[in-house]
Design a binder for this molecule. Structure first.
Ligand code: ADP
Ligand code: ZN
Length: 517
């Protein structure tokens, strides 16, 4: 699994597994027959691609979707993985290239349309080249009663018997009849390791709050849950020590945990947490992988996590016993700036950075959600859901307002000052606060000066934060974090699009935060 986790990072560029992926990858790596049911968009392909890279020999992937196979092969090759496809869409050269790679034992993944199985030569070929795993995408195509029935899928069971290798089947169709048919036809009725888990963890209460006084916010959250086991995640090692100390002073048994500690000291914390009731561990993301404690009652994030996947994984450590558990995630403009600059300053190639920004946007979208958070979270993982009744926005719906005018004023202030300033200075301009800096630069002469007097400083702070959250503006690391407009904002500026923001955070954000912004 360690190798799989490192390839996840180095080859695919993902910081974490998506919900469910780790368990499936592990089962496939162990050579078990597996059936995984995951919603579309849930990340099935990784569950056979990653084991294929870890195992000896070739993994044959059977899929009915030629365009999709070609896309995956292209993406794998771009990531440096030896992959090829045998489909009716191939050019002669492509097919020759695949056979050459097979013969030289270089190929790791061979995609194949089911029609190929009709020829006996295919099975012989696969045996000869050392096929060690069969992956079947869209496994419901084996069901004679479904509308996607592919007669050639019926030959897959035969292929498995002949090659005597494990088979991993994937589908998004979860109804029981289809599942039973897959087990009969692909696995000869012998039950495979089955993974059917919606992503939802309904007993976990979801909540986000704007970071105003983080230390006090965490202390208050912990005080309301005194005596319960919990985890506080922090963005830095230093912060774990400081917060653990503050919690101890407030009378909670609490210890810090981070990657900079000696292995033995870390192990002691893990053991204590496992055994002791009501201990609070204040940790970096280094804490959690091996933790198997069913009754963690709460998880708080003192800083915004790295990605929506990371968020889900970390809050998912709470309430494994199914009893109610609570979470709180703090976030503010500084978090957004920090996470953006971490991505920008990293060593990843440009398209990977773009993907990381997109994943961060998804998390910010969740933080600034306008409706039920669980709907937004599950939607990201490809599941649809009703309003959950167990998140802060179901408890207390957000008040929305048409912020088009405010956002246009803000964008105009950014553009008229050449995209060279941060939110603090821009807010001074908008609210007509004639600071020395405003006067020196002549910004009190701008047409945008004082056009935003209808909103308070704090309200403007929240507008800017939500604009960052919606990726309408981005801090530019080459300009000391000055805000610059993104393409996404152009339609709003041109008056072609409306934008809705949350009013409650506008009202509740304290003056302090606005000053910081
Ligand atoms: P499915 O086949 O289940 O519909 P895909 O395998 O195409 O889904 O994956 C859907 C999306 O999720 C892809 O864009 C993929 O890059 C992304 N994805 C998969 N696994 C991860 C992960 N661990 N972290 C982040 N993104 C992921
Ligand atoms: Zn909800």
């Amino acid at each position: 699994m360690d190798r799989a986790a490192s390839l996840l990072h180095s080859v695919f560029g993902f910081p974490d597994f998506r919900p469910g992926q780790a368990e499936i990858v592990q089962a496939v790596l162990e050579g078990r027959n597996t059936l995984a049911i995951m919603p579309t968009g849930g990340g099935k392909s990784l569950c056979f691609q990653l084991p294929a890279l870890c195992r000896d020999g070739v993994t044959v992937v059977i899929s009915p979707l030629i365009a999709l196979m070609r896309d995956q092969v292209r993406a794998l090759k771009a990531a440096g993985v030896e992959a090829g496809a045998l489909t009716s869409g191939n050019t002669e050269e492509e097919t020759e290239e695949v056979f050459a790679a097979l013969d030289q034992g270089r190929l790791k993944l061979l995609y194949m349309a089911p029609e190929r199985l009709a020829s006996g030569a295919t099975a012989t070929l696969l045996r000869r080249v050392g096929c060690s795993l069969i992956a079947v995408d869209e496994a419901h195509c084996v069901s004679q009663w479904g509308h996607d029935f592919r007669p050639d899928y019926l030959r897959i069971g035969e292929l498995r018997r002949m090659l005597r290798v494990p088979l991993a089947a994937f589908t998004a169709t979860a109804d029981e009849e289809t599942r039973a048919e897959i087990v009969t036809r692909l696995f000869d009725g012998e039950a495979p390791a089955t993974f059917l888990r919606g992503f939802d963890r309904p007993n976990i209460h979801l909540a986000f709050a704007v970071k105003s006084t983080p230390r006090d916010q965490i202390l208050r959250f912990a005080a309301a849950r005194k005596g319960q086991s919990g985890i506080v995640y922090c963005g830095t090692r230093a912060k774990t020590e400081v917060l653990a100390q503050a919690l101890r002073e407030a009378g909670h048994p609490s210890v810090a945990y981070h990657g900079g500690m000696e292995a033995e000291a870390r192990r002691q914390v893990e053991i204590r947490f496992q055994r002791e009731d009501g201990l609070i561990v204040v940790a970096t993301v280094a804490f959690g992988m091996g933790i198997d404690k069913p009754d963690i009652r709460w998880v708080a994030h003192a800083d915004l996590p790295k990605s929506i996947e990371g968020y889900y994984q970390e809050i998912g450590r709470a309430g494994r016993d199914g009893s109610p558990a609570e979470t709180l995630t703090l976030y503010g403009p500084d978090d957004i700036r920090l996470r953006r600059s971490q991505i920008d300053e990293g060593a990843a190639p440009p398209d990977r950075k773009a993907a990381d920004h997109a994943r961060l946007n998804a998390l910010l979208g969740l933080a600034e959600a306008l409706k039920c958070r669980r709907q937004v979270l599950l939607g990201y993982f490809g599941e649809t859901a009703e309003p959950c009744g167990n998140c802060d926005l179901c408890d207390r719906p957000a008040q929305l307002f048409d912020a088009t005018e405010a956002v246009r004023k803000a964008l105009s202030a950014i553009l008229r000052t050449g995209e060279w300033f941060g939110a603090g200075h821009l807010i001074d301009i908008l609210t007509g606060n004639a600071t020395a800096k405003v006067r020196e630069r002549g910004h009190d002469q701008l047409p945008t000066y004082a056009v935003g007097r209808d909103l308070s400083k704090a309200a403007w702070g929240a507008v800017f934060r939500q604009m960052m959250g919606q990726d309408l503006v981005r801090p530019d690391p080459d300009r000391h974090g000055a805000l610059r407009m993104t393409e996404a904002a152009r339609p709003i500026l041109r008056g072609e699009a409306q934008i809705t923001l949350r009013r409650d955070t506008v009202a509740s954000a304290g003056e302090r935060e606005a000053v910081k912004a």
